[in-house]
Design a protein around this ligand. Structure first.
Ligand SMILES: Cc1ncc(COP(=O)(O)O)c(C=O)c1O
Length: 385
Protein backbone atom coordinates (compact mmCIF):
# COMPACT_ATOMS: atom_id res chain seq x y z
CA UNK A 1 0.00 0.00 0.00
CA UNK A 2 2.88 2.31 0.85
CA UNK A 3 4.33 1.95 -2.64
CA UNK A 4 1.05 2.92 -4.37
CA UNK A 5 0.22 5.64 -1.85
CA UNK A 6 3.58 6.76 -0.43
CA UNK A 7 3.99 9.60 2.09
CA UNK A 8 2.62 12.23 2.30
CA UNK A 9 -0.52 10.14 1.61
CA UNK A 10 -2.02 9.09 4.92
CA UNK A 11 -2.80 5.37 5.06
CA UNK A 12 -5.48 4.60 7.63
CA UNK A 13 -6.10 0.92 8.21
CA UNK A 14 -9.88 0.24 8.40
CA UNK A 15 -10.09 -1.65 11.69
CA UNK A 16 -13.46 -3.13 10.83
CA UNK A 17 -11.75 -5.59 8.48
CA UNK A 18 -9.94 -7.25 11.38
CA UNK A 19 -9.38 -5.69 14.77
CA UNK A 20 -7.40 -8.46 16.48
CA UNK A 21 -4.61 -6.54 18.26
CA UNK A 22 -1.97 -9.34 18.04
CA UNK A 23 -2.43 -9.34 14.25
CA UNK A 24 -2.65 -5.64 13.51
CA UNK A 25 -0.11 -4.37 16.01
CA UNK A 26 2.49 -4.53 13.22
CA UNK A 27 0.66 -1.84 11.25
CA UNK A 28 1.60 1.35 13.16
CA UNK A 29 5.26 0.47 12.58
CA UNK A 30 4.56 0.02 8.87
CA UNK A 31 3.28 3.58 8.51
CA UNK A 32 -0.44 3.05 9.02
CA UNK A 33 -2.82 5.13 11.09
CA UNK A 34 -6.27 3.72 11.83
CA UNK A 35 -9.90 4.29 10.89
CA UNK A 36 -12.34 3.34 13.69
CA UNK A 37 -16.13 3.28 13.43
CA UNK A 38 -17.03 3.00 17.12
CA UNK A 39 -15.72 3.47 20.62
CA UNK A 40 -14.94 -0.26 20.64
CA UNK A 41 -12.72 0.13 17.61
CA UNK A 42 -11.03 3.15 19.23
CA UNK A 43 -10.17 0.82 22.11
CA UNK A 44 -8.87 -1.85 19.70
CA UNK A 45 -6.80 0.79 17.91
CA UNK A 46 -5.22 1.85 21.21
CA UNK A 47 -4.51 -1.77 22.17
CA UNK A 48 -2.83 -2.38 18.83
CA UNK A 49 -0.59 0.65 19.35
CA UNK A 50 -2.06 3.15 16.86
CA UNK A 51 -1.42 6.69 18.20
CA UNK A 52 -4.64 8.63 18.92
CA UNK A 53 -3.40 11.50 16.72
CA UNK A 54 -3.31 9.07 13.78
CA UNK A 55 -6.70 7.51 14.46
CA UNK A 56 -9.85 8.79 12.74
CA UNK A 57 -13.41 8.20 13.98
CA UNK A 58 -15.93 7.66 11.23
CA UNK A 59 -18.86 5.43 10.31
CA UNK A 60 -22.61 5.80 10.26
CA UNK A 61 -23.17 4.21 13.66
CA UNK A 62 -21.39 6.57 16.05
CA UNK A 63 -23.33 6.68 19.32
CA UNK A 64 -23.59 9.69 21.66
CA UNK A 65 -21.06 7.88 23.87
CA UNK A 66 -18.65 7.57 20.92
CA UNK A 67 -18.97 11.32 20.23
CA UNK A 68 -18.47 12.11 23.93
CA UNK A 69 -15.32 10.01 23.87
CA UNK A 70 -13.98 11.97 20.88
CA UNK A 71 -14.67 15.24 22.72
CA UNK A 72 -13.09 13.94 25.94
CA UNK A 73 -9.93 12.98 24.06
CA UNK A 74 -9.69 16.45 22.51
CA UNK A 75 -10.45 18.14 25.85
CA UNK A 76 -7.60 16.15 27.41
CA UNK A 77 -5.23 17.50 24.74
CA UNK A 78 -5.05 14.24 22.74
CA UNK A 79 -7.44 14.80 19.84
CA UNK A 80 -8.25 12.20 17.21
CA UNK A 81 -6.95 12.82 13.70
CA UNK A 82 -10.47 13.75 12.61
CA UNK A 83 -14.10 12.74 12.92
CA UNK A 84 -16.01 12.10 9.73
CA UNK A 85 -19.63 13.22 10.08
CA UNK A 86 -22.57 11.57 8.37
CA UNK A 87 -25.41 14.05 8.83
CA UNK A 88 -26.43 17.51 10.00
CA UNK A 89 -27.89 15.93 13.15
CA UNK A 90 -24.59 14.32 14.00
CA UNK A 91 -22.75 17.61 13.37
CA UNK A 92 -25.17 19.47 15.66
CA UNK A 93 -24.80 16.83 18.39
CA UNK A 94 -20.99 16.93 18.27
CA UNK A 95 -20.90 20.73 18.23
CA UNK A 96 -23.17 20.77 21.31
CA UNK A 97 -20.83 18.41 23.15
CA UNK A 98 -17.80 20.58 22.33
CA UNK A 99 -19.60 23.73 23.58
CA UNK A 100 -20.49 21.93 26.80
CA UNK A 101 -16.89 20.75 27.26
CA UNK A 102 -15.60 24.29 26.78
CA UNK A 103 -17.37 25.34 29.96
CA UNK A 104 -15.57 22.75 32.08
CA UNK A 105 -12.63 23.43 34.35
CA UNK A 106 -9.26 22.78 32.73
CA UNK A 107 -10.68 22.61 29.19
CA UNK A 108 -9.47 25.05 26.53
CA UNK A 109 -12.37 27.54 26.12
CA UNK A 110 -11.58 27.71 22.39
CA UNK A 111 -11.60 23.90 21.94
CA UNK A 112 -12.46 22.80 18.38
CA UNK A 113 -12.59 19.34 16.83
CA UNK A 114 -11.24 18.57 13.35
CA UNK A 115 -14.04 17.15 11.21
CA UNK A 116 -14.62 15.88 7.69
CA UNK A 117 -17.99 15.53 6.04
CA UNK A 118 -18.75 12.16 4.48
CA UNK A 119 -19.89 12.86 0.96
CA UNK A 120 -22.05 10.38 -0.88
CA UNK A 121 -20.64 10.83 -4.40
CA UNK A 122 -23.72 9.22 -6.01
CA UNK A 123 -21.66 7.10 -8.40
CA UNK A 124 -22.13 3.58 -9.76
CA UNK A 125 -19.56 1.44 -7.95
CA UNK A 126 -18.35 -1.60 -9.90
CA UNK A 127 -19.09 -4.09 -7.12
CA UNK A 128 -21.85 -6.20 -5.58
CA UNK A 129 -24.98 -4.25 -4.62
CA UNK A 130 -24.33 -4.89 -0.92
CA UNK A 131 -20.93 -3.20 -1.09
CA UNK A 132 -21.88 -0.23 -3.29
CA UNK A 133 -22.01 2.33 -0.49
CA UNK A 134 -21.22 5.26 -2.83
CA UNK A 135 -24.41 4.75 -4.85
CA UNK A 136 -26.79 7.70 -4.51
CA UNK A 137 -29.52 5.74 -2.72
CA UNK A 138 -27.23 4.30 -0.04
CA UNK A 139 -27.57 5.25 3.63
CA UNK A 140 -23.99 6.53 3.82
CA UNK A 141 -22.92 10.17 3.80
CA UNK A 142 -24.63 13.30 2.55
CA UNK A 143 -25.28 14.38 -1.02
CA UNK A 144 -23.32 17.35 -2.40
CA UNK A 145 -26.39 19.58 -2.06
CA UNK A 146 -26.62 18.73 1.66
CA UNK A 147 -23.03 19.65 2.57
CA UNK A 148 -23.82 23.27 3.43
CA UNK A 149 -26.50 22.12 5.87
CA UNK A 150 -24.03 19.90 7.74
CA UNK A 151 -21.51 22.71 8.08
CA UNK A 152 -24.18 25.13 9.28
CA UNK A 153 -25.54 22.58 11.79
CA UNK A 154 -22.02 22.11 13.19
CA UNK A 155 -21.72 25.84 13.89
CA UNK A 156 -20.50 27.17 10.52
CA UNK A 157 -16.95 28.23 9.65
CA UNK A 158 -15.98 29.52 13.12
CA UNK A 159 -17.92 27.16 15.34
CA UNK A 160 -16.75 24.35 17.62
CA UNK A 161 -16.03 22.07 14.65
CA UNK A 162 -13.00 22.89 12.51
CA UNK A 163 -14.01 21.77 9.02
CA UNK A 164 -11.02 20.03 7.52
CA UNK A 165 -12.43 18.47 4.36
CA UNK A 166 -14.25 15.65 2.64
CA UNK A 167 -14.43 11.92 3.15
CA UNK A 168 -15.58 9.65 0.30
CA UNK A 169 -15.82 5.87 0.26
CA UNK A 170 -17.24 4.56 -2.98
CA UNK A 171 -17.56 0.92 -1.98
CA UNK A 172 -15.56 -2.22 -1.39
CA UNK A 173 -14.06 -4.86 -3.64
CA UNK A 174 -14.20 -2.59 -6.71
CA UNK A 175 -13.81 -4.31 -10.07
CA UNK A 176 -12.68 -1.11 -11.85
CA UNK A 177 -11.35 2.34 -10.96
CA UNK A 178 -13.95 4.50 -12.73
CA UNK A 179 -16.42 5.01 -9.88
CA UNK A 180 -13.50 5.55 -7.48
CA UNK A 181 -12.06 8.22 -9.79
CA UNK A 182 -15.50 9.84 -10.06
CA UNK A 183 -15.80 9.83 -6.25
CA UNK A 184 -12.33 11.32 -5.93
CA UNK A 185 -13.27 14.07 -8.42
CA UNK A 186 -16.50 14.74 -6.49
CA UNK A 187 -14.42 15.15 -3.33
CA UNK A 188 -11.99 17.54 -5.04
CA UNK A 189 -14.81 19.63 -6.40
CA UNK A 190 -16.56 19.82 -3.00
CA UNK A 191 -13.27 20.99 -1.48
CA UNK A 192 -12.66 23.58 -4.18
CA UNK A 193 -16.13 25.08 -3.82
CA UNK A 194 -15.70 25.69 -0.09
CA UNK A 195 -12.02 26.54 0.22
CA UNK A 196 -12.69 30.30 0.23
CA UNK A 197 -15.29 30.11 3.02
CA UNK A 198 -13.50 27.47 5.12
CA UNK A 199 -9.80 28.27 5.49
CA UNK A 200 -8.85 24.82 6.87
CA UNK A 201 -10.80 22.77 4.31
CA UNK A 202 -7.68 21.02 3.08
CA UNK A 203 -8.18 17.23 3.34
CA UNK A 204 -9.57 14.56 1.04
CA UNK A 205 -9.94 11.07 2.49
CA UNK A 206 -10.62 8.92 -0.58
CA UNK A 207 -11.67 5.81 1.36
CA UNK A 208 -10.89 2.40 -0.01
CA UNK A 209 -12.36 -0.25 -2.27
CA UNK A 210 -9.06 -1.90 -3.22
CA UNK A 211 -10.10 -5.44 -4.11
CA UNK A 212 -8.67 -8.82 -3.23
CA UNK A 213 -9.63 -11.45 -5.79
CA UNK A 214 -8.08 -14.30 -7.71
CA UNK A 215 -8.81 -12.76 -11.10
CA UNK A 216 -7.56 -9.64 -12.88
CA UNK A 217 -8.73 -6.75 -10.83
CA UNK A 218 -7.24 -3.30 -10.32
CA UNK A 219 -4.36 -2.99 -7.87
CA UNK A 220 -3.81 -0.10 -5.44
CA UNK A 221 -1.39 1.32 -8.04
CA UNK A 222 -4.27 1.58 -10.56
CA UNK A 223 -6.30 3.57 -8.04
CA UNK A 224 -3.30 5.78 -7.26
CA UNK A 225 -2.98 6.49 -10.99
CA UNK A 226 -6.69 7.41 -11.15
CA UNK A 227 -6.11 9.87 -8.28
CA UNK A 228 -3.09 11.36 -10.07
CA UNK A 229 -5.18 11.78 -13.24
CA UNK A 230 -7.95 13.55 -11.33
CA UNK A 231 -5.40 15.81 -9.62
CA UNK A 232 -3.87 16.69 -13.00
CA UNK A 233 -7.18 17.85 -14.49
CA UNK A 234 -7.54 21.59 -15.19
CA UNK A 235 -8.75 23.50 -12.14
CA UNK A 236 -8.05 20.66 -9.68
CA UNK A 237 -6.09 21.82 -6.61
CA UNK A 238 -4.10 19.25 -4.69
CA UNK A 239 -5.48 19.14 -1.12
CA UNK A 240 -2.91 19.60 1.63
CA UNK A 241 -3.70 16.13 3.01
CA UNK A 242 -4.78 13.06 1.05
CA UNK A 243 -5.74 9.79 2.71
CA UNK A 244 -6.81 6.26 1.84
CA UNK A 245 -8.25 3.78 4.30
CA UNK A 246 -7.75 0.20 3.13
CA UNK A 247 -8.98 -2.76 5.13
CA UNK A 248 -9.34 -5.85 2.98
CA UNK A 249 -6.22 -5.27 0.88
CA UNK A 250 -4.10 -5.14 4.05
CA UNK A 251 -5.31 -8.27 5.85
CA UNK A 252 -7.50 -10.51 3.64
CA UNK A 253 -4.66 -12.66 2.33
CA UNK A 254 -3.29 -13.23 5.81
CA UNK A 255 -6.15 -15.54 6.82
CA UNK A 256 -7.51 -18.96 5.89
CA UNK A 257 -10.58 -20.63 7.31
CA UNK A 258 -9.96 -24.32 7.84
CA UNK A 259 -12.96 -26.65 7.81
CA UNK A 260 -13.75 -30.35 7.70
CA UNK A 261 -16.22 -32.05 5.41
CA UNK A 262 -19.38 -33.22 7.18
CA UNK A 263 -21.47 -34.50 4.26
CA UNK A 264 -21.09 -35.19 0.54
CA UNK A 265 -24.25 -35.64 -1.50
CA UNK A 266 -24.29 -36.84 -5.09
CA UNK A 267 -26.56 -34.22 -6.56
CA UNK A 268 -26.28 -31.89 -9.53
CA UNK A 269 -24.00 -30.15 -8.63
CA UNK A 270 -22.44 -32.34 -5.93
CA UNK A 271 -22.97 -30.88 -2.45
CA UNK A 272 -20.16 -30.66 0.06
CA UNK A 273 -21.26 -29.51 3.52
CA UNK A 274 -18.51 -28.22 5.82
CA UNK A 275 -18.30 -27.71 9.57
CA UNK A 276 -17.59 -23.98 9.01
CA UNK A 277 -19.98 -21.53 7.43
CA UNK A 278 -21.64 -18.16 7.85
CA UNK A 279 -20.84 -18.13 11.57
CA UNK A 280 -17.16 -17.87 10.71
CA UNK A 281 -17.31 -16.16 7.28
CA UNK A 282 -20.64 -14.56 6.42
CA UNK A 283 -19.65 -12.61 3.29
CA UNK A 284 -20.72 -15.22 0.71
CA UNK A 285 -24.11 -15.62 2.40
CA UNK A 286 -24.53 -11.90 3.00
CA UNK A 287 -23.75 -10.53 -0.44
CA UNK A 288 -22.46 -13.31 -2.67
CA UNK A 289 -18.76 -12.68 -2.04
CA UNK A 290 -16.48 -15.15 -3.81
CA UNK A 291 -13.59 -16.79 -1.93
CA UNK A 292 -11.00 -19.23 -3.25
CA UNK A 293 -11.32 -22.77 -1.87
CA UNK A 294 -9.12 -25.85 -1.94
CA UNK A 295 -9.06 -29.34 -0.48
CA UNK A 296 -6.01 -30.11 1.68
CA UNK A 297 -4.05 -33.21 2.55
CA UNK A 298 -3.65 -34.01 6.25
CA UNK A 299 -0.29 -32.24 5.99
CA UNK A 300 -2.01 -29.10 4.74
CA UNK A 301 -0.98 -29.28 1.09
CA UNK A 302 -3.57 -28.30 -1.54
CA UNK A 303 -4.98 -31.16 -3.60
CA UNK A 304 -5.89 -30.40 -7.18
CA UNK A 305 -8.61 -32.29 -8.98
CA UNK A 306 -6.90 -34.88 -11.21
CA UNK A 307 -9.92 -35.25 -13.50
CA UNK A 308 -9.69 -32.92 -16.52
CA UNK A 309 -12.71 -30.61 -16.73
CA UNK A 310 -14.10 -31.82 -13.40
CA UNK A 311 -17.35 -30.08 -12.53
CA UNK A 312 -17.63 -27.55 -9.73
CA UNK A 313 -19.22 -28.67 -6.48
CA UNK A 314 -21.38 -26.55 -4.19
CA UNK A 315 -19.77 -25.87 -0.84
CA UNK A 316 -22.22 -25.19 1.98
CA UNK A 317 -21.91 -24.45 5.67
CA UNK A 318 -23.44 -26.20 8.71
CA UNK A 319 -25.89 -23.49 9.80
CA UNK A 320 -29.65 -24.02 9.67
CA UNK A 321 -30.10 -21.39 6.94
CA UNK A 322 -30.21 -22.25 3.26
CA UNK A 323 -28.20 -19.11 2.40
CA UNK A 324 -25.30 -20.55 4.41
CA UNK A 325 -23.12 -21.37 1.43
CA UNK A 326 -19.65 -20.50 0.18
CA UNK A 327 -20.68 -20.97 -3.47
CA UNK A 328 -19.08 -23.21 -6.07
CA UNK A 329 -15.53 -24.53 -6.19
CA UNK A 330 -13.58 -27.08 -8.18
CA UNK A 331 -12.65 -29.59 -5.51
CA UNK A 332 -11.32 -33.11 -5.95
CA UNK A 333 -13.54 -35.94 -4.66
CA UNK A 334 -13.72 -35.40 -0.88
CA UNK A 335 -15.11 -37.51 1.94
CA UNK A 336 -16.37 -36.85 5.45
CA UNK A 337 -13.46 -35.71 7.61
CA UNK A 338 -11.37 -34.27 4.75
CA UNK A 339 -9.97 -30.75 5.11
CA UNK A 340 -11.13 -27.82 2.97
CA UNK A 341 -9.60 -24.36 3.22
CA UNK A 342 -11.26 -21.06 2.30
CA UNK A 343 -8.90 -18.24 1.39
CA UNK A 344 -8.97 -14.44 1.77
CA UNK A 345 -10.44 -14.95 5.23
CA UNK A 346 -8.18 -12.46 7.02
CA UNK A 347 -10.69 -9.64 6.39
CA UNK A 348 -14.36 -9.47 7.42
CA UNK A 349 -14.39 -13.07 8.65
CA UNK A 350 -13.67 -13.24 12.38
CA UNK A 351 -14.63 -9.54 12.58
CA UNK A 352 -18.17 -10.45 11.47
CA UNK A 353 -18.39 -13.82 13.22
CA UNK A 354 -21.36 -14.96 15.27
CA UNK A 355 -22.16 -17.90 17.52
CA UNK A 356 -25.52 -18.47 15.82
CA UNK A 357 -26.79 -22.06 16.23
CA UNK A 358 -24.90 -22.26 19.54
CA UNK A 359 -21.53 -22.71 17.88
CA UNK A 360 -18.65 -21.27 19.94
CA UNK A 361 -16.07 -19.32 17.96
CA UNK A 362 -13.16 -21.30 16.53
CA UNK A 363 -9.64 -20.53 17.73
CA UNK A 364 -7.50 -18.17 15.61
CA UNK A 365 -3.94 -19.20 15.08
CA UNK A 366 -1.05 -17.41 13.38
CA UNK A 367 2.26 -18.50 11.95
CA UNK A 368 4.84 -15.81 12.67
CA UNK A 369 7.49 -17.34 10.42
CA UNK A 370 9.00 -19.41 13.22
CA UNK A 371 6.23 -20.60 15.45
CA UNK A 372 2.50 -21.03 15.78
CA UNK A 373 0.94 -18.31 17.92
CA UNK A 374 -2.53 -18.40 19.47
CA UNK A 375 -4.30 -15.14 18.53
CA UNK A 376 -7.68 -15.94 20.03
CA UNK A 377 -8.76 -18.89 22.12
CA UNK A 378 -11.58 -21.17 21.05
CA UNK A 379 -14.89 -19.89 22.44
CA UNK A 380 -16.68 -22.01 25.02
CA UNK A 381 -20.21 -23.32 25.16
CA UNK A 382 -20.46 -21.94 28.73
CA UNK A 383 -19.92 -18.39 27.44
CA UNK A 384 -22.76 -18.62 24.90
CA UNK A 385 -25.68 -16.26 25.52
C1 LIG B 1 -15.68 4.25 5.22
C2 LIG B 1 -14.91 3.02 4.91
N1 LIG B 1 -13.59 3.11 4.71
C3 LIG B 1 -12.84 2.03 4.43
C4 LIG B 1 -13.40 0.77 4.34
C5 LIG B 1 -12.52 -0.40 4.05
O1 LIG B 1 -12.83 -0.96 2.84
P1 LIG B 1 -12.02 -2.20 2.24
O2 LIG B 1 -11.99 -3.25 3.28
O3 LIG B 1 -12.77 -2.59 1.04
O4 LIG B 1 -10.64 -1.74 1.96
C6 LIG B 1 -14.78 0.62 4.54
C7 LIG B 1 -15.41 -0.70 4.42
O5 LIG B 1 -16.57 -0.90 4.60
C8 LIG B 1 -15.55 1.78 4.83
O6 LIG B 1 -16.87 1.70 5.04
Amino acid sequence: MGSAFPDPWLRLYALKANGLPPLISELPGLGYGAGAVSGGELTLAGRAGFPVAQTALEGIGKTPADLRRAVALAAAGTPLLWISLESAHEAAALAGLVRAARGRRGVDPTLRLDCLVRLNPAVRPETQHGLAVGAGGSKFGVLAAELEGVIAAGGGPDGPLRWRGIHVHVGSQLGAVDAWRAGFRAGLSALRLRRAALPDFDTLDAGSGFPVTTNDSPTPAHFARAAAEALAEPGADRPLRLAVEPGRAVVARSGWLLARVLHVREREPRQVVLDAGMGELIRPALYGAVHPMAALTVRGRPVTDPRPGAAAVRVDGPICESTDTFGEARLPPVRRGDLVVIGHAGAYASAMASTYNGRPRPPEIAWDGERVVLLRRRGSAEALP
